[in-house]
Design a protein around this ligand. Structure first.
Ligand code: CTP
Length: 434
């Protein structure tokens, strides 16, 4: 048999000392208590790539839950178990999470020609995974700590930058892998190999994405916008027909590609200015995407994506009137700041960020940016109490006065609170409501 390679050196040089100690302790415990434990998946992939990865995934033969209980007794921290899946997660005192999963040997179209070796169970567990680069593992048991397991040429694909499925029906069986493939392609500058591409097309021809629930699609879209460059991933998804598979036929693909590129810039500018947060980004991309699809896409997102009421309202407002509100901002040469304020004031930051991305003129983009960065922050200092003290009867007149003050302030005609009070005094008595 081939001499097995040991990853000890990479482990010792690339992982923080504390983490090395942790893995070693788990291996000792496994050895002593009669389990077999393996570090697997993204953790090993990223170790070999030299990319930091905080999530540790461990596969255990025979029973991950009882093993995790022994580990948590030893290391402290909290444990959560998922009986149904045979998994457990430990959260250590420093916040680090370790996932334990029982090795699974389900029926899969395992290639008959592969010689069966002693590691049948772990091998089957790794075979049911998405891509060869995610099938890499190393032993934790202290007698063979660090021994590398690469049953499916995962390392070769890691070196060559291949995203390769392990069996033909992988995408059909789990369509979320379609999105995962694109994320890995973009994250590591890898590419699906020819076979994988043809399995992907085959899955799309069978409309596999329509079998996914809206919630699961949302999870995948969220994962995409958490990658460094979502627009590259969405563009690839568009080119491969993946987005059409969800939303119907794109009405203007070339325009959408441009819009996606501009979305990265808008999101980045507004994130740098702390005007939007990471949690807002998905909604911005959804608005940009829906904008290039027939009405059906809008309905799918509103009805099937399991969005919160607030998000549904934002999307609804954007396409029912929101987009039209900016017409004047596009065409009028001169506008007072208060007019820009009035046009944009009722729109959410997601809508404004999407509008900046969709804007076809610098004038429009600059006006939205001016609103977000300056105008929306302009505050009137006069309160209802001040108005009462001035002897003005409470009523709808109050909000009229406040918006007049805001208008004056936005246009730079008044500045301080004294200016505001003087301005009110100067208002016509009837206007003041007396
Ligand atoms: N996996 C899979 N099919 C899926 C999701 C996950 O086969 N649809 C497998 C992969 O082999 C993966 C492992 O489960 O390595 C754990 O998945 P995940 O926690 O998503 O981890 P990563 O591969 O590390 O992905 P990421 O780096 O984005 O967290």
């Amino acid at each position: 048999a081939q001499e097995s390679e040991n990853l000890m050196e990479v482990i010792n040089t690339r992982l923080p000392k504390k983490l090395q100690g942790l893995l070693w302790l788990i291996g000792q415990k496994a050895q002593k208590e009669g389990y077999k434990a393996y570090a697997v998946g993204g953790f090993v992939r990223d170790l070999l790539l030299g990319v930091p990865n905080l999530d540790i995934d461990i596969v255990v033969e025979q029973d991950a839950i009882s093993f995790a209980h022994k580990i948590v007794k030893y290391l402290g921290g909290e444990i959560k178990e998922y009986e149904k899946f045979g998994t457990a997660t430990i959260t250590l005192k420093d916040g680090r999470k370790i996932d334990f999963a029982t090795a699974r040997m389900e029926f899969y179209p395992f290639p008959a020609a592969m010689p069966e070796v002693e590691e049948t169970t772990i091998k089957h567990d790794l075979y049911r995974r998405d891509f060869t680069i995610n099938t890499l593992a190393f032993r934790l048991n202290s007698d063979r700590f660090g021994e590398f397991l690469d049953f499916f040429e995962g390392r070769k694909d890691l070196e060559q930058g291949n995203i390769k499925v392990l069996y033909n029906l992988s995408f059909v069986e789990d369509p979320t892998r379609i999105f995962r493939a694109l994320r890995f392609e973009s994250r590591y500058s890898f590419q699906m190999d020819e076979g994988t591409m043809s399995f992907l097309h085959n899955a799309l021809e069978n409309n596999v994405l329509q079998k996914l629930s809206g919630t699961r699609i949302m999870e995948q879209l969220q994962a995409i916008v958490s990658e460094p460059n979502p627009s590259v991933i969405f563009t690839r998804a568009l080119e491969l027909g993946i987005i059409d598979n969800i939303f119907g036929q794109c009405t203007k693909p070339q325009q959408l590609k441009k819009d996606l590129r501009k979305t990265v810039d808008s999101v980045q500018i507004l994130q740098e200015k702390s005007i939007i947060e990471q949690k807002d980004v998905l909604l911005v991309y959804l608005l940009v995407l829906i904008n290039s699809y027939p009405k059906k896409a809008f309905e799918i997102v509103l009805n099937d994506f399991n969005l919160e009421k607030g998000s549904r309202l934002i999307i609804s407002n954007f396409f029912n009137g929101g987009l039209d509100r900016i017409e004047r901002l596009k065409s009028s040469k001169h506008l007072d700041p208060s007019e820009i304020y009035d046009a944009l004031n009722s729109l959410s930051i997601h809508c404004l960020c999407a509008m900046m991305a969709l804007a076809d003129s610098d004038l429009l983009k600059n006006r939205i940016f001016l609103y977000l960065e300056e105008l929306q922050k302009v505050d009137v200092e006069t309160t209802g109490n001040d108005l009462k003290k001035m002897g003005i009867e409470p009523g709808p007149i109050y909000s009229k006065i406040i918006s007049r003050l805001r208008q004056q302030k936005l246009n730079g005609q008044i500045h301080t609170k004294d200016d505001e009070l003087n301005y009110i005094k100067g208002l016509d008595l009837i206007e003041r409501g007396r």
